[in-house]
Every structure is written in structure tokens, then in C-alpha cells.
Design a protein around this ligand. Structure first.
Ligand SMILES: O=C(CO)[C@H](O)[C@H](O)COP(=O)(O)O
Length: 233
């Protein structure tokens, strides 16, 4: 089974198991979360789901919801009232405890606000994302105000990280996030205390948010090459 089919299968499995009519849903960003959004859209169009109120985590997700007619709100909308029943999102890496890193698609700031405002949290990944320790192979994303690029880089290096400014692919210069910030990608040489590091990174002046997600205990759906989906509660 190719990777796209695996992402489709894992997104569908999470929606089938967890999404119910009447829910207030956080919808994630990226190539694994979007098939879950599509499946919700399909079920709404078929009348198998009703009264879904969705909060998207990015421009990409909003566009996908618009395509499917999924009703969109913000966390501030009266219809949402700052809390969600469930969020489904992808991840860059997930460890055996369900801690994960996010932000490869640059949307970590709203993804974290939405995740931490959700009663239940589900992560959908393919099997290549499952690791023993976070942040050694795929970098942890750190969203920083542009004015703090150099000072934050030095502070991150003093925590033992290798730091790289995320460059845009088809534009000269850095990636600019949906909140007009830059992203520093940091990689560690040895395993870190992920919960402590999530707090520590946000203490650096100019850091807006970081891509370590350790305060939720998600249900993790892992898509495998043979087409099966493992559910880790
Ligand atoms: O955190 C994210 C975006 O900010 C994504 O969920 C994460 O990067 C995984 O994306 P993909 O499923 O495309 O690999």
C-alpha cells in the first residue's frame, strides 16, 4: 500500500471511531489530517453526520472545509465557546507515550491552541512517524517573532539544539507563518525530557509557541504498510 492510501485509511479510521453528530471538532493540518477532513465532509454530504461545528487549524484546512461545506467557526465563536469535543490532527513524530511533535506544515501555533482546548485528541500518522525519542531525526518547530531570530537562536543553542531557519521553497527568504512569524527548526543530539522542554522553549523571549505537544494523551492511529490501522489508546 502506498503512503497516500495509508494516510487515507488512517484518517477514515479515526473519523469512524471517534466522530459523532453534534460534535464541536478541531480539524488539523497536513497530508494525513486532510483525508480525515474529507471523510467528515463526505459523511456530512451523505447525511450520515449532522450538526458538526468545525474549527480549522490553518488556511489549508479552511479551504478543504469550504470545499466540503463543513460549517466553520473559530474558537472564539459563540457556537464554540472556547472548547471542543475532539480534535483530529497529524504529527511529525509520535513517541510511545503519545507525546508528539508538530509544525512541519507550519501551523503549530493554532494547532496547539485547538488541541489544548479539546476534551479528546486524536493523532493520525503513518508508521514512519513512530519514534523512540522525539526531536532527534525530524526537527522540532519553534515559532518566533522575526525580531528575536538571533537571540532565540542563541538561547536554543544553549539548550543543546542545532538550529536552522526554515527557508521557503518557492520564494527567497524564510517561511512566514499565518501569524507573520518565522520558524526555527531545532534538532537535539540526545534524548530530551519532552515535557520540561515544551515549557522551557516557551520561556525564551520572542518564542510564540513550540511544536512539542506533551500535555494531551491522544488516541494515536498508526497506518501500516499492509493497510491495517493500529489504535493506541
Ligand atoms: O503539524 C503539522 C502542520 O503544522 C502536521 O500535522 C504535521 O507536519 C504532519 O504533516 P503530514 O501529515 O503532512 O506529514
Amino acid at each position: 500500500m502506498d503512503q497516500n492510501a495509508m494516510k487515507d485509511a488512517v484518517g477514515r479510521a479515526a473519523v469512524e471511531k471517534l466522530v459523532r453528530s453534534g460534535m464541536k471538532l478541531g480539524l488539523g493540518t497536513g497530508s494525513t489530517a486532510i483525508p480525515a477532513v474529507r471523510h467528515i465532509g463526505l459523511l456530512l454530504q451523505q447525511g450520515k453526520l449532522t450538526d458538526i461545528r468545525a474549527v480549522p487549524t490553518s488556511f489549508q484546512t479552511s479551504i478543504e472545509c469550504e470545499k466540503w461545506g463543513i460549517p466553520l467557526f473559530t474558537l472564539n465563536s459563540a457556537e464554540i465557546g472556547g472548547s471542543l469535543d475532539l480534535t483530529i490532527d497529524g504529527a511529525d513524530e509520535v513517541d510511545p507515550q503519545g507525546n508528539c511533535t508538530k509544525g512541519g506544515g507550519g501551523a503549530l501555533l493554532v494547532e496547539k491552541v485547538v488541541a489544548y482546548a479539546s476534551a479528546a485528541y486524536a493523532i493520525v500518522v503513518d508508521e514512519t512517524k513512530v519514534v523512540g525519542n522525539l526531536g532527534l531525526r525530524f526537527p522540532v518547530s519553534v515559532e518566533v517573532v522575526p525580531e528575536a531570530r538571533v537571540t532565540a537562536t542563541k538561547a536554543l543553542e544553549s539548550l543543546g539544539a542545532e538550529v536552522a531557519l526554515r527557508e521557503a521553497l518557492r520564494k527567497a527568504g524564510p517561511v512566514i507563518t499565518e501569524h507573520a512569524n518565522i520558524l526555527l527548526d531545532i534538532r537535539f543530539k540526545k534524548p530530551i525530557d519532552v515535557a520540561a522542554m515544551e515549557t522551557e522553549l516557551n520561556r525564551i523571549p520572542g518564542v510564540v509557541e513550540n511544536g512539542l505537544f506533551t500535555r494531551k494523551h491522544p488516541t494515536v492511529f498508526v497506518g501500516r504498510g499492509d493497510g491495517s490501522v493500529e489504535v493506541r489508546e
